[in-house]
Design a protein around this ligand. Structure first.
Ligand code: NAD
Length: 498
């Protein structure tokens, strides 16, 4: 499809009415028992798009019980992996069939620019389902090298009920990273989307039913984090919690696990990722462009956003100015315009939070090179100009806390040792990057930086084949790659005396 036709197709879907949404429990769509609903507001103009059901504890308990019953019944959990593969491949196909609908729906719900949403949401979700579908009938058990009169078999078994709680950014992609390997392994799933980005995941659930995922195997409960999410995390019926979101909620989930059934809890949390630029970077213009896009796409609402730009002091001022100029040249605005490079902020609260960080940073002595303000107020939507703060000190709030908005902190360093010290001076450890032409230095930095991924002379490269996970307070466990399956399998030994 050419760009003009594609834009027309997007425009046709821009104001399409969205019916009130229910909960998916045991293959049936139904309202919350209490009848409660939540308004879904569009970040594009602040108007009400529709409502989602506001699930209470009794709804969550029903969803978990249905997941458990389906698991015990075995129609999915004990199906041949090749059978699950067939259904999940069909689901991938259906996601591709409806990719444009899904992408537009998601943008209206969460504000991501459509060009990015198209790639990062439905297409990436389809890739994920296809990847785990293709993988699952190639997973073998083991025979342990015991003494000769014993046969010890190590089986990989589905664990049971997996709860997935996901954030508002890239809900389809991140949702698929949990749901696809969990289902492929034979588990049942109860999903709780973020209250400000539920719509595409509800549509995904419809497609899962259409693909042939049996009733009860995939359930969706929407609602507020502290009510619906808490009930799910406290459920005695949930065996595994797979979470992506903030560190604050991650901490609570560990607590809920301890207070309930010690469910295994996997956390993909936030970051304050350092992007380290040495003066000998192979191409400083490219580095500046990638640094700008590495923080400002999706208005900074990206877990691996390079939000700390560490620059060798000899070029710091010039480089920061270059990044600011690139930021000013980005095409901002209507998230449903294919040319837009940074769309809206997901909620008004998140917009105000991001503005607050910029304001306090300048009050603490950072220099505002560009941005720092709300833009396009007349639309009624939630937009913020890409913000570059230079002369940031490592002890400032904006250098230490995750903003999760379009705010970049530029921090100068004097030499490699200081670059490493500053880069690692954070409670987080999700992503990082180093720009240098010095091969030895690149390898030293890869070893020295404490992060789940170190990019070299690029930022943000990724693929289904590589794991994504953090160290330190960025979490535990991994999404993507064959490693993600480990979270959703139990190892069971059969010890057979011959
Ligand atoms: P959040 O932690 O506020 O919410 C995430 C989910 O948790 C939502 O579904 C929410 O409803 C739910 N929740 C909130 N309170 C809860 C509670 N008490 N009990 C159970 N569930 C609860 O995160 P967010 O603001 O939606 O997303 C932004 C955060 O996610 C950022 O910190 C970002 O870095 C992180 N993130 C990390 C990754 C990664 O792969 N590491 C990817 C994307 C986003």
């Amino acid at each position: 499809m050419g760009e003009g036709t594609m834009q027309n197709e997007i425009n046709l879907r821009r104001t399409k009415e969205i019916a009130p949404q229910g909960l998916l429990i045991d293959g049936n769509w139904r309202p919350a028992k209490s009848g409660a609903t939540l308004d879904v507001l569009s970040p594009l103009d602040g108007t009400r798009l529709t409502t989602i059901a506001d699930a209470g504890r009794e709804d969550v308990d029903l969803a978990c019980a249905s997941a458990r019953t389906a698991f015990e019944a075995g129609k999915w959990s004990r199906a041949a992996p090749a059978q699950r593969k067939k259904v999940l491949l069909k689901l991938a196909e259906l996601i591709e069939r409806d990719a444009l609908d899904l992408a537009v729906l998601g943008v209206r719900d969460n504000g991501t620019e459509i060009a990015m949403a198209l790639k990062a949401e439905p297409m990436s979700a389809a890739t994920t389902f296809r990847y785990y579908a293709e993988l699952i009938d190639k997973v073998y058990g083991e025979i342990a090298p015991t003494q000769g009169d014993v046969l010890a078999l190590v089986h990989r078994q589905a664990i049971g009920v997996v709860a997935a709680i996901v954030p508002w950014n890239f809900p389809l992609m991140i949702g698929a990273w949990k749901i696809a390997p969990a289902l492929a392994a034979g588990n049942s799933v109860v999903l709780k989307p973020a209250e400000t980005a539920s719509l595409t995941l509800l549509r995904l659930a419809e497609l899962a039913l259409e693909a042939g995922v049996p009733p009860g195997v995939f359930n969706v409960v929407t609602g507020k984090g502290p009510i619906t999410g808490e009930a799910l995390a406290l459920s005695m019926d949930v065996d595994v919690m797979a979470f992506t979101g903030s560190g604050g909620v991650g901490r609570k989930l560990l607590e809920y696990s301890a207070r309930s059934n010690l469910k295994r809890t996997y956390l993909e949390l936030g970051g304050k990722s350092p992007n380290v630029v040495f003066a000998d970077a192979p191409d400083l213009d490219k580095a500046a462009k990638v640094a700008a896009y590495g923080i400002f796409r999706n208005s900074g609402q990206v877990c691996i956003a390079g939000s700390r730009l560490l620059v060798e002091a000899s070029i710091a001022e010039e480089f920061a100015a270059k990044v600011a100029r690139i930021a000013e040249g980005m095409k901002l605005g209507d998230p449903l315009d294919l040319a837009t490079e940074a769309g809206a902020i997901n909620s008004e609260a998140q917009l105000q939070r991001s503005l607050g960080f910029a304001e306090r940073a300048t009050a603490q002595g950072a220099e505002l090179l560009t941005g720092g303000a709300r833009i396009f107020d007349d639309t009624g939507g939630w937009f913020m100009a890409p913000t570059v703060l230079s002369k940031v000190r490592a002890d400032m709030e904006v250098a230490r806390h995750e903003v999760f908005g379009p705010v970049l902190a530029v921090i100068p360093f004097s030499d490699e040792a200081e670059a490493v010290r500053l880069a690692n001076d954070t409670e987080f450890g999700l992503a990082s990057a180093v720009w240098t032409s010095n091969l030895s230095r690149a390898h030293r930095m890869v070893q020295a930086l404490r992060a789940g991924v170190v990019h070299v002379n690029t930022y943000g490269g990724s693929d289904m084949t590589v794991p994504l996970g953090g160290v330190k307070q960025s979490g535990n466990g991994h999404d993507k790659s064959p490693h993600a399956l480990d979270k959703f399998f139990d190892l069971k030994t059969a010890w057979i005396q011959l």
